[in-house]
Ligand binder design. Sequence first.
Ligand code: FRU
Length: 929
Amino acid sequence: MINSKSLTFIFLFLAITVRISIFGSDKFKIGFSQCTTEDLWRETMHREMLIELAFYPNMALEIKDAQNDNTLQINQIKQFLNQGIDLLIVSPNESAPLTPIVEEVYNQGIPVIVIDRKIMSNAYSAFIGADNYKIGQEAGRYAARLLKGKGDIFEITGLSGSSPAIERHNGFSDVLSAYPEIRIVESEAGNWNAAQARIQMAKAIETLDFDLIYAHNDVMAKGAYLTAKERNLEKKYYFLGIDGLSGQEGGIQYVMDKILNATFLYPTGGKEALNIAQQILHKLPYKKENLLETVVIDSTNAKVVKLQTEQVVSLQGKIESQKNVLDVQISKYQSQKILLIIVLTMLFANVILVVLVFRAFRNKIKANVILENQKQEIEKQNVEIISQRDKLIEVSNKLEEATQAKLRFFTNISHEFRTPLTLISGPLEDLIKSEEVSVKHKRQFALMHKNTLRLLKLINQLMDFRKLENEKMQLEAGNYDIVSFVKEVQEAFMDLAKKNEINFFFQSEFKECFVWFDWDKLDKVIFNVLSNAFKFTMKGGDIQITLKKSHVPVPINYEEEVILKISDTGKGISREHLPKLFDRFYQVGKSDSITGTGLGLPLSKGFVELHHGKIEVESTVGMGTTFFIHLPLGKKHLTSGEMMDEKVVREGKHETPEGDKTVDLLKEGDGNSNKVTGVENHKQVVLIVEDHKDVRDYIKESLAPMYTIFEAENGRKGLEIIEEENPDLVVSDIMMPEMDGLEMTRILKSDVKTCHIPVILLTARSSVEQRIEGLEEGADSYIPKPFNSKHLQVRVKKLLELRRTLHEKYRGTESFDEDDARISHLDKKFLKKLSAHIEANLDKEEFSVEELGSLLGLSRVHLYRKIKKLTGMSVSEYIRLIKLRMALPLLKTSGKSVSEIAYEVGFSSPSYFTKCFKEQFGVSPSKFS
Ligand code: FRU
């Protein structure tokens, strides 16, 4: 891959290459300190220098103008020093003041070229300039010739401290000293400029007489000429100047214009200065003193010189334009060169990039190949894993199937245990209660009974557990008062509490609270939890049940719940076991207060969860354990399938399998509560319909002391006996040959002659469907097998009592209640019809039972039986009751007399009416209104 290192390298390379190509190596820096730039002569010097510079591209020239000021010039030279120069060219304004700074530069090792004007020392590398003394001499000689050996001269000098002024004067006066008749009448400083020269000239004209003006340069000479001309004296004097420059304002032109008589060529030395600088900087041999030649220019040669100089100037112009062209070309070349370098560099970079990309690509391909191999390897492994997984699934499915088959087998076997166990348990109970058995044997029987019940309990738990696991367990919730429910459970444990000297309390925030719950299942849950609590709570310990309501923090389909709390002061459960307490088959260590099969608590959890509630536990070893059972309030959380029909829920229809009731039978009170007695003097008749002879005998044995028993081995025979014997109650098995219990019940309950007879269905299969089916057929109660005789006795007794309470009700002032769930629909219909017929026939004194029977489609015997069983009254008693009841509203509101009413409701004598009324309702009719 192209890494950041490679890219950094490429860009560094590019930057360096471009920088080198654009700026190249550094040029020599030449500083030129010029005394002034205000005149043509200096301009000419600069022009010459620049033309020459074009030939030395490695040199750069900077000119600083000192403006005729010594101090400024010194400072500018210092600036050059600070800037850093390779060579100094200096034309000192005045010699003495500039000498020290020039020496300083020179002494620093920087080459110094002195040009035109001199310093007062040898501390310089080279001097370039014309020989001013010689020029002065030439001028002297020319003046002498003009004056023909006789005359007066007025001299206008340059700046007095500058070397040309001194030397031009000296050369001039030295030559003229040889001419006794030529005098320099006055020598005044014109300071190299025309204005000053004119002042001096004007003064001289006024005060002096002279014939020739010798000015140290052409500028001052022309100034003097113009001053003379202003006075028309220009013809009076000869004018001599120095410099001999070309151009309109140059000395050559002045000569040609007859302003000057002559001028002396004073070359600038610009070209030569750069030439020598080049030699010095390149360490080439050079001459220190470079004196430039001079020549006199007057009317005789001015034209020629002019032509020559013009030629030089035009040549210079050409050179300059060539130079410009060259400059353009060079700059083009430079930019093209830069472009080329950039392009080449980019190309180079591209090549590197391509190489890097290629390498990266190659590496990628290599990596891809490795990845591909790894992928294939992984895929291979995956295939292997999948096949191993499939094998495992297969094996585990087989195992599961085998386990299920075993469990099924086990469950079936267990199921088969229930009937024999019931048959062991029942007689054992009877033996325990028997007067004839010794106390010692009773104890042994009790132990046997206890263990039988334990076995039954285990089997029940196992069956329940299977159902829960197979999700076949259905909630059968009814709307019950949970306070009564808990009280009933508490009641069952009271004796045990007493025996173990345990303080057993129940506290409730409320007197009653209707909760939708499954009586059987919740009963099992509480029994389980309480049994454990009792098992592990020591003498003097506490077990407390509390009930309270609470709002749920996050309401979903219920806002409130009831919390059933069962706490004990037992051993407690260690922290490690707590989270797993509700796991199936989890068995807590012996030191903890939970033992057993490990089914009880998971089952309890399953049951509570079926209620959409939850069970939680808190425990501290040595302190005790508390279980919290949360049950939702209301029924919004329940499906219709989870709620039982109202008629199923009615009092007395919930049953508890005996196996769960492990409370010691021996200690269950004095035995009176178990004694079933007939409520009437004569024995009531119970029909037992059961195909299993042993079971039939067992039932018969348990009921025979209290009831007259009839037996039938199937439903069909049962119906025959019912028809003949008109029993008070039927106990029937469900699964039977020929006609099963359900069918028999259906027929019985749909016949008005028999529909009042209570039916208790027994079944070994405690499936919900069957139970519901049984109840739908009109069965009044339902007892799951296994059952014990006591349970059956209680149930039979209760149902018969229920009949009795109904009889009492029938005797009251009110007619039967439409909503009374205890009366079947058919009976209600029958009773209504009965009342209607009686009312319709009030006036008939001879309205016979036969007549009434035929109106109702019943024989006299059947009518009698029906009314007797249903109301506990004879037909005539019942007819009388109906009549008396009809009198009630009349007594209250009609304002009629008792006699009138008596006749109106079909009584032949008012006194008999009063007697019967008093007997029936306990109050005389006169007082009733
Ligand atoms: C120009 C100039 C010339 C003269 C020279 C002397 O500045 O005055 O006219 O010849 O300087 O240094």
